[in-house]
Design a protein around this ligand. Structure first.
Ligand code: ZN
Length: 270
């Protein structure tokens, strides 16, 4: 599943390729993704110029003067920019053709992704109630602690809640807790301010490293199956059940929390 670093890498790639481009036509090959692609886009985006590409959590926002195209990659989505003459491939459901003979194409085999429209002045439901961006100043040493007061869920589920902080997916949650030396089983509301400070730093570092790493392998964004792959990033605990901990040589454990796999070292995380 594409996580925040992959989405941010896609954003940077798109920013370089399609900012200031004018759309000459919009093509919807399959309308039904997670939700239906709005039919008015063919009219409302024609002859419009892309002003900016931004990101909110795992949503990519392609900004125009009258509103934003809001895209989510879902479980298996990816976006490419190719010469418009290239034949449409299987699973390419949506295309924006630009005035420089290139096209943005949205590919999504499992169709859990989405393409929505947000008119200026309105806010889509999916973008409401989102917590701060993990790499922003707004997400500071006090953010997690302040939101944790009274919370009885475990800390791993807590940091994966997008109303608390956006973009900390399953892999990065395990990795950040390992780096911070905090057990994923710890209760969110019973964790000290100082430990949240360390965890905040860890989340920022893990995500920044992943984005930097992703940037160097941008051309390999899709793996051989055409799925957006995880970059050849070094993971410290994730997917390493029964393997030696890189810090203490103890055995990495795998447990299930909120239906998701969690990996941790019982010896150095407490
Ligand atoms: Zn260890």
């Amino acid at each position: 599943m594409p996580e925040l670093p992959e989405v941010e890498t896609t954003r940077r790639g798109l920013e370089a390729l399609i900012t200031d481009k004018e759309i000459i036509s919009v093509h919807v090959y399959i309308k039904k993704l997670r939700w239906e692609i709005p039919t008015h886009l063919q009219r409302s985006l024609k002859n419009q110029t892309i002003i900016k590409i931004s990101r909110r959590g795992k949503y990519l926002l392609i900004e125009f003067k009258h509103g934003k195209l809001v895209m989510h990659l879902g479980m298996s989505g990816s976006i490419s920019v190719v010469p418009s003459y290239e034949p449409i491939k299987k699973h390419e459901h949506f295309e924006l053709k630009f005035n420089n003979s290139t096209s943005l194409r949205f590919n999504d085999p499992r169709r859990f992704g989405s393409i929505l429209w947000q008119e200026n002045g309105e806010q889509l439901k999916v973008l409401r109630n989102l917590g701060p961006e993990p790499l922003s100043y707004e997400f500071d040493n006090n953010s997690l602690y302040n939101s944790s007061i009274g919370k009885s869920k475990n800390i791993k589920t807590f940091i994966m809640d997008s109303s608390i902080v956006v973009g900390v997916g399953n892999i990065y949650a395990s990795e950040s807790l390992f780096l911070a030396g905090i057990s994923p089983k710890r209760i969110a509301g019973k964790t000290s301010k100082n430990r949240y400070k360390i965890l905040t730093k860890s989340i920022k570092k893990i995500l920044t490293d992943a984005i930097n790493n992703a940037g160097t392998t941008l051309n390999d964004f899709s793996d051989v199956d055409g799925n957006p792959g995880y970059f050849s990033q070094v993971l410290s605990v994730y997917n390493r059940e029964d393997m030696p901990c890189i810090r203490c040589n103890g055995k990495i454990k795998r447990i299930i929390q909120s239906q998701r796999a969690t990996y941790y070292c019982p010896l150095c995380q407490h």
